[in-house]
Ligand binder design. Structure first.
Ligand code: AMP
Ligand code: MG
Length: 426
């Protein structure tokens, strides 16, 4: 990385600022797992990162069983009997029948019940005609059933030894269910990251208090807290920190010793009222500052001891975008997961744009819509302004315009990253 990219020059041009890919490369190279492993109960495991891959110790399901309520029989017998069986037993879920089927016999069976030995096919009860004759039960099964119909095979969900969840994967509700289906009630996961959050700015006041002249409610704290929930971090609130160098320095220094990461918003530029960069330089090391990215130019990243510091811009839209693009993968890697890039989907632009600056990557707030021909397109939120939380509410994701793009024609496919790719639920 060229030296000049790390100098403290607030008059950098976009050509001299770090490009998006360079910033990601620095972050990726600098961060790795900092947390230990713990074994936890499966009922609290959703959202956690798996420390040891989980394999199934047995086939799931453990044995062949009925997929519907009906009659189970041997398919080979089906042809011989013409579908006319004597009903020899009744088998319900959780009550296996001991007796194997004899020739010409079927059993009344219910969903989830074990297939008796010898049976391999089930006819749905809706298609069958039961008969009672001389105190005995018979059933007429319609023709055309294939061998194995309506029977779930042992191991069809998971063969024995199959990987249920690989190392480093995040547990979603469906993975939790899959682990439970193998009989395990505990899982080894990485410990939760301890992340401290601090909002800087003399103008800030916490919601719930009256708003004085010139004051602004601290929405970033709530924004970051909620975003940190999506990565399963344990959050400490460092409160509001005024725009004074000593205050920023003291709060950052105290928090660094007790957390894996500190996230700050505001005060990240090089103005007289901005103290994050100088504090980070005084206490530790800075690895990047100033990105050729909009929004997000003044973001910085560094470390105080072993604590990672991510200084996000104060504008809510910029804080949000920088969290998703840079903080989220960084925190994932610190927490034992992979440093991954979100997927991009090419969607035709439902807007026109000209005069975009070359050499800078821009992330627009994108709104998915149906075009006149019924196909999907993406519009941009019509107003600029990185203070507009409304734009984040209306958007479905981010439109990414790379450094070389200077204009967008309507209909041009543009990369779109849905918010769901960042773990934000719709
Ligand atoms: P700064 O990055 O400190 O120059 O702040 C840029 C803009 O973001 C200013 O208009 C601030 O008032 C606003 N801002 C900074 N921090 C917050 C916050 N925690 N909540 C809401 N707005 C903020
Ligand atoms: Mg400020």
């Amino acid at each position: 990385m060229p030296e000049r990219r790390l100098i403290d020059d607030c008059f950098l041009t976009d050509k001299e600022r770090l490009r998006h890919d360079e910033a990601l490369a620095i972050l990726r190279a600098r961060v790795g797992r900092v947390v230990g492993v713990e074994e936890i109960a499966l009922d609290h495991a959703v959202g956690r990162i798996v420390a040891e891959g989980v394999a199934s110790p047995r086939p799931v399901p453990a044995a062949d069983n009925a997929a519907v309520d009906g009659y189970a029989f041997a398919h080979s017998d089906y042809e011989a009997t013409g579908g006319w069986f004597r009903v020899a037993a009744r088998v319900a879920a959780g009550h296996p029948s001991g007796a194997p089927l004899a020739a010409g016999q079927a059993v009344r069976i219910f969903t989830g019940a074990l297939m008796p030995a010898g049976a391999d096919t089930v006819a749905m009860q809706e298609d069958c005609e039961p008969h009672r004759q001389d105190g005995e039960d018979f059933v007429a099964v319609p023709p055309g059933l294939k061998h194995g119909a309506n029977c779930r095979k042992a191991g069809e969900d998971l063969p024995e030894g199959a990987v249920v969840v690989p190392h480093g994967a995040t547990l979603r509700p469906q993975e939790v269910a899959a682990i439970a289906s193998t009989g395990r009630d505990r899982v080894a996961v990485f410990e939760r990251l301890k992340v401290a959050v601090m909002s800087t700015g003399d103008e800030l006041v916490r919601p719930g208090h009256p708003l004085g002249s010139g004051q602004v409610y601290d929405s970033n704290h709530y924004l970051l807290r909620a975003l940190l929930d999506t990565v399963g971090a344990e959050v400490t609130d460092l409160g509001l920190v005024p725009d004074r160098a000593e205050a920023v320095l003291a709060t950052l220094s105290a928090a660094a010793g007790r957390h894996h990461a500190v996230l700050t918003t505001g005060g990240a530029s090089r103005g007289e009222e901005d103290h994050l960069v100088t504090s980070l330089d005084a206490l530790g090391k800075r690895h990047l500052w100033q990105l050729a990215v909009k929004p997000g130019r003044p973001m910085s990243f560094g470390q105080v001891g072993d604590c990672v510091v991510l200084a996000l811009p104060g504008n809510p839209v910029a804080a949000f975008v920088c969290f998703l693009l840079y903080a989220r993968p960084t925190l994932a890697a610190l927490g034992g997961g992979a440093f991954t890039a979100p997927p991009r989907f090419l969607v035709p632009a439902g807007f026109e744009l000209s005069g975009k600056k070359e050499g800078r990557r821009e992330f627009l707030r994108g709104i998915l819509a149906e075009g006149p021909d019924g196909r999907l397109l993406v519009r941009r939120f019509p107003r600029d302004g990185s203070g507009l939380i409304t734009s984040l509410r209306e958007a479905d994701g981010l439109i990414e315009l790379d450094e070389d793009t200077v204009a967008v024609e309507p209909g041009t496919p543009v990369p779109f990253i849905p918010f769901s790719a960042f773990g934000i639920r719709g």
